[in-house]
Design a binder for this molecule. Structure first.
Ligand SMILES: [Zn+2]
Ligand SMILES: [Zn+2]
Length: 308
């Protein structure tokens, strides 16, 4: 049984994209469905981090192994996590395996309380404009097919571990299976529009990463996000204060806004760096509904309170 969420049912009638919450409530007392004749699904809050790096990212610390990420996320009560290494999905199976091992360990000891995070397959793409864009896929298979497409457009420059760091492909127990020889932290020869279209074509979701940051941000490189840009959401970095986040929200219009850790070291993988999603279960399809603000699923405004 999942114990990740703490909320009860709510109505399905709200439609506004993740507006800042008043008191962070989701009408826990409400139980009626807006859809006549249908049973309202039980929607619960899932603490979610959709932007995390592992030892495959050269800029990530070597402590970002698979069991370590799982254990840290579990301690932080993060119950849904997307692994999003730079231009690669190759460590997603390791993370899924580590989560499965940990879940089984708890199950055998009779203490599986649903605290082990579900893993989504993701990748942080660097486009030819040096914009960072996160893609999420329904399965690791879909992610690997996308990685193949991406690597065809990855310049052949070799990684120098002394300069950039190691790019390790691991299994669920951190055994090193391989190293990626080509530097992963460089722009692929595909435009941001091409990458977004390809992700969509493959049934994936996409969001612009850390648009408020000076580096690798859509806004910094190309200016305001056009209304017709076909991304599903926009991420603001965890470094923003509540006021700054609200100011950005008004600049970004009706977009769904996300906050994730972008953790490159364990210390940054923390509950207060990510967000809560209102979902029926922690799956890709439910996340897709939440990002599109459909069927009552949604992303709760991540900044809870105004700092003093
Ligand atoms: Zn980035
Ligand atoms: Zn990142």
């Amino acid at each position: 049984m999942e114990s990740a969420g703490t909320e009860g049912r709510r109505t399905l009638s709200e439609s506004e994209t993740n507006a800042p919450e008043s008191g962070h409530s989701v009408n826990p007392g409400a139980s009626t469905s807006a859809f006549a004749g249908e049973t309202a699904p039980l929607l619960r809050r899932f603490r979610t981090d959709l932007h995390v790096h592992s030892v495959l990212s050269p800029c990530a610390e070597l402590e970002m192994g698979a069991p370590e990420i799982i254990q840290r996320a579990s301690r932080e009560e993060i119950t849904l996590l997307a692994l999003t290494d730079h231009n690669a999905v190759a460590n997603v199976p390791a993370l899924m395996e580590a989560a499965e091992v940990e879940r089984e360990r708890l199950r055998v000891s009779g203490t599986d309380d649903g605290s082990i995070p579900r893993i989504l397959c993701g990748v942080e793409v660097q486009t030819e404009e040096d914009i960072h864009l996160v893609a999420l896929f329904r399965s690791a298979e879909d992610g690997f097919a996308f990685q193949e497409w991406l690597w065809e457009a990855l310049p052949s420059r070799a990684n120098d571990p002394d300069i950039f760091g190691y790019q390790l492909i691991i299994d669920g127990k951190n055994a090193v299976l391989d190293q990626v020889a080509t530097l992963l932290v460089q722009g692929v020869s595909r435009s941001v529009e091409e990458v977004i279209a390809e992700i969509r074509h493959r049934g994936g979701l996409s969001f612009l990463a850390h648009v408020d940051r000076p580096g690798f941000s859509y806004v910094e490189v190309l200016g305001p996000v056009p209304e017709d840009l076909a991304v599903d959401a926009v991420e603001l970095s965890r470094r923003l204060s509540a006021e700054e986040a609200l100011a950005w929200r008004s600049r970004l219009g009706a977009r769904t806004i996300l906050r994730s850790s972008d953790a490159h070291r364990l210390e940054d993988l923390r509950r207060e760096h990510c967000m809560e999603l209102l979902l029926a279960e922690p799956t890709f399809d439910e996340v897709a509904l939440a990002l599109r603000n459909e069927a009552g699923r949604r992303v709760l405004w991540p900044w809870e309170e105004t700092p003093p």
